[in-house]
Design a protein around this ligand. Sequence first.
Ligand code: MN
Length: 390
Amino acid sequence: MKSLRFIHCADIHLEAPFREQGTGSYAETRRMDIRKAFLHILKTARDQKADFLLISGDLFEQDLTTKRTMEWLSMVLSDVDAPIFIIPGNHDPFVKNSWYALWDWPPNVHILTPQNPQYILEEQRVFIYGLGFSAYKQGKPDLSLVPPPRKDYLNILMVHGTLDMDFSGEAYQPVTSRELAALNYDYYALGHFHQPRAEDSTTSMIYPGSPEPLGFDESGIHGAYGVTVLREPSGLRLKAERFETAQRVYHPVSLDVTGLKSLEEVKMKLLGVLEGLNPQRDLVQITLKGRTAMDLDEKLLTALFSEDWLFLQIRNETQKAFDLEALTRDPAVKGSFVRAINKRLEALDEAMKMEGDPKALAEEKERLELALSFGLEALCNGKIEGWSEE
Ligand SMILES: [Mn+2]
């Protein structure tokens, strides 16, 4: 019996605004990145001679997509020598003025809507059912509408929605993996979560994630899935493999400056973060944390480092250093803690004047100073900021 191969992608978000990350050519460059990532998917479908391609919602931004976008999209989709199945997502819902409803799509493209939710590929014996969006928000889907799987077919359910979340009042088609599994389909082509999600390569419920990541909450590798279906005597065997499509990688970095003494030291730390990253491929946002007496100007620091980088931003979220002078006079536990550490620091200073191993003593001093700031942090806030992130 013949085996099948298909490509599964979702959340392309053509014409995404990239509003939060500045204006001008950056957003334009990033929108081109989305197109390149999408073209990579289509090329993979061609190269691997995929039997069909699935797009599980949020192909484009309904409000920002123009006729020109649609002309480009039609051109590249008709270039794929295979059927393409699309369900509308919450960013491109099947509303009255939707491009899905208004546009004359190429003949190889099939939009699965509430009116036409299913498609059968007779020759390959594939049954596809789609649960997309017909409004910008949509509650729990009625899974009783989903027909039972067809015998001796590969049964695929395409769903745009949130899987396995706590969702009282959730407006994006909440479903549970248990509910889906009970439908007994062979593959669940999911969309909506932008971080790829699949328990392992044999799982049948996959969120491919956004092919091009769209923000700093979408770090890591991004791509789409190629799925091979083997028809064996014992039944169908699916193998899903991810391939990378993203043009850029987001790097949200948190940098603790507690204990650093000078702007030079801060700069050295920042250089350490940037070392090994690629100014054109890697998009970097460094957030300075911790406590410091230094007045760190995030705009100046950003300007100092961002030249040559497509996107580099430094944010200052540090807090004011503790007023040790005032704390020394504190009669309670904070005061005695500061006094105790100070005593040891003074002893250390004395020893440094006398003794021969300045390196070990300097290290000890650094340790004590860190103990002072972390100890005070714990005493003042009941927790140490950023500790769990390390
Ligand atoms: Mn999306």
